[in-house]
Design a protein around this ligand. Structure first.
Ligand SMILES: *Cc1c(COP(=O)(O)O)cnc(C)c1O
Length: 421
C-alpha cells in the first residue's frame, strides 16, 4: 500500500498534487511519501513485537538524510555498508549502538571510524576481514562486537544479480565452516562474538528460502552455543520483495515474515535484528518525468521522456519492471496504445519499457514510475552530464526539496584543471 493515489482526476502524493510539485521543482524528480515510509517501517517493527528486536533500515536502498531522519524518529536502527553510509547514519542522529556495519570489504579506515564513533556490531564477511577488525580494535584498545555472516547455500529464487545466499556468491562464510571460524574469532584479541548474521538476497517473493536459511541458523546457534560461544543476537538481513507489477502475485507480508522468524528462531531467546531496505522505501517513492516527444517509428511509437537510465537504472541493470502511469487520471474507457518508453541517453539500454500499454500521451504530459523509492536515486549518476535529479519529500499537505538539482556550473566546477592547462 502506498500514498500515491488519484484524487479529482490527478495523481497526488498524500495531500499534495504531483503536477504542482512538478511545476515548482521541474522534472524529472524523485518523490517520497512520509506516510508510506513510516507505515512500512512500523509493519516490520510490529511483525517482531513478540520479542526483543531492532529493525535496522538498510540505507543503501535510499539514503537521503531526510529519509534517514524520518525513520530514525520512528526508532529505526541502520544497516550501513560503507564509511560514507556510517557517516550518514551518525549525521541523521542515529547513535552507534543502533548501527550495524555490513559489506564484504570494510577497510581499516572504515573499521576505525566505526569503532571510534560507536557501533552495535560488525557483520564479518570473511576471515581476513575478521583479523583486520581484531587488529584495529586492539590498536584502539577497544573490543569490537561482531557477528559472522554465514552463507547458508540456499536458492533465494530471485534475479541472479541480487541473490547472495548461494555458495558461489561472494558473501559470507560457508555455513559448513562456521564453527571453525567462530573458534578463531574467540581466540583473536579485540573481538566479542555477539551473534550470527545471514542475508540471502533481495526482492524475495516467497518465504520458503528464508525458512530454509533460518532453520540452518537455528541449528548453527545450538552448535555454537555447545562450543561455548555466547549467541545473543541473530541478524537475519533484509530481502523481502515488493510488488512491482500489478499483475504479479503479491509477495509475503511483513507480518507473515515475522511469524516465520518466530516459528523458526523464537525459541532461542535471541534479540532479532532485520535489515529491510526495499520494502521500507520501494513503494514509498516514485519517479516523476515528463514526455519530451512522442515519436512515431516504424511499427512502434516511442515515448521519449526527460528521465533516463542514469536517473533510474533498474530496468537496464536488472530487467526491472516499473508501473508507469500518467499523472492526469485517464478516463475509465480510454483505449490503451502500446509505447516503447525510453530516455534520451545514447544507449539502447536506455529503455524503460517495451510495448507498454498506456493511454495516449502527448509532449509535456507527466508520468510517474511507481515503486521507484528503493535503488533509484542512490544508483543514479550524471552520465551524459545530466544533473542528479532532485529528491522531494511529502508529508501530509507539505512538500520539501530534500536534495536540490545541481546547476551545470556546480557540476563543471567539481572538476579541477591541472596547472599545465
Ligand atoms: C542489500 C542488503 C540489505 C537490504 O536488502 P533489501 O532487499 O533492500 O531489503 C540488507 N542487508 C544486507 C547485508 C544487504 O546487502
Amino acid at each position: 500500500m502506498d500514498h500515491f493515489i488519484y484524487q479529482d482526476g490527478t495523481l497526488r502524493a498524500e495531500d499534495v498534487s504531483i503536477a504542482e510539485i512538478a511545476a515548482t521543482v521541474g522534472t524529472p524528480f524523485y518523490l517520497y511519501s512520509t506516510a508510506t515510509l513510516v507505515r512500512h517501517f512500523r509493519l516490520f517493527d510490529e511483525a517482531l513485537s513478540w520479542g526483543p528486536h531492532l529493525v535496522c533500515y538498510a540505507m543503501k536502498a535510499a539514503s537521503n538524510q531526510a529519509i534517514l531522519k524520518t525513520l530514525a524518529q520512528e526508532g529505526a536502527g541502520m544497516d550501513v555498508v560503507s564509511g560514507g553510509e556510517y557517516a550518514r547514519a551518525i549525521a541523521a542522529g542515529v547513535s552507534g549502538e543502533r548501527i550495524v556495519f555490513s559489506g564484504v570489504g570494510k577497510t581499516a579506515d572504515e573499521i576505525r571510524a566505526a569503532l571510534t564513533g560507536g557501533i552495535r556490531q560488525f557483520n564479518v564477511e570473511s576471515e581476513p576481514e575478521m583479523r583486520a577488525i581484531s587488529q584495529v580494535a586492539t590498536e584502539l584498545g577497544t573490543v569490537a562486537p561482531i557477528t559472522i555472516r554465514v552463507n547458508p547455500d540456499v536458492d533465494a529464487k530471485t534475479h541472479a544479480k541480487i541473490a547472495t545466499g548461494k555458495s558461489e556468491n561472494k558473501f559470507g562464510i560457508p555455513i559448513s565452516r562456521a564453527r571453525e571460524v567462530y573458534a578463531e574469532a574467540a581466540r583473536l584479541p579485540g573481538l566479542k562474538v555477539v551473534g550470527i548474521d545471514v542475508h540471502i538476497g533481495s526482492q524475495l517473493t516467497q518465504l520458503e528460502p528464508f525458512e530454509q536459511a533460518y532453520q540452518k541458523v537455528a541449528d548453527l546457534t545450538e552448535a555454537l552455543r555447545a562450543d561455548g560461544h555466547e549467541i545473543t543476537r541473530l541478524d537475519l538481513g533484509g530481502g523481502l520483495g515488493i510488488p512491482y507489477a500489478r499483475s504479479n502475485e503479491a509477495p509475503p507480508l511483513p507480518s507473515d515474515y515475522g511469524a516465520l522468524i518466530q516459528r523458526t528462531l523464537g525459541h532461542l531467546g535471541c534479540e532479532i535484528e532485520i535489515e529491510p531496505g526495499r520494502l521500507v522505501v520501494g513503494n514509498a517513492g516514485i519517479l516523476v518525468s515528463k514526455v519530451i516527444y512522442v515519436k512515431n517509428g516504424e511499427g512502434r511509437d516511442f515515448l521519449i521522456l526527460d528521465a533516463a537510465m542514469n536517473d533510474l537504472i533498474r530496468p537496464a541493470m536488472y530487467d526491472a519492471h516499473h508501473e508507469i502511469v500518467p499523472v492526469i487520471e485517464p478516463e475509465a474507457a480510454t483505449e490503451l496504445t502500446p509505447y516503447d518508453i525510453v530516455g534520451p541517453v545514447c544507449e539502447t539500454g536506455d529503455t524503460f519499457a517495451k510495448g507498454r500499454l498506456m493511454p495516449p500521451l502527448q509532449a509535456d504530459d507527466l508520468v510517474a514510475f511507481r515503486s521507484a523509492g528503493a535503488y533509484g536515486a542512490v544508483m543514479s549518476s550524471e552520465y551524459n552530464t545530466r544533473p542528479l535529479i532532485p529528491e522531494v519529500l511529502v508529508k501530509d499537505d507539505q512538500f520539501s526539496v530534500i536534495r536540490a538539482r545541481p546547476t551545470f556550473d556546480e557540476i563543471i566546477n567539481r572538476d579541477n584543471l591541472p596547472e599545465w592547462l
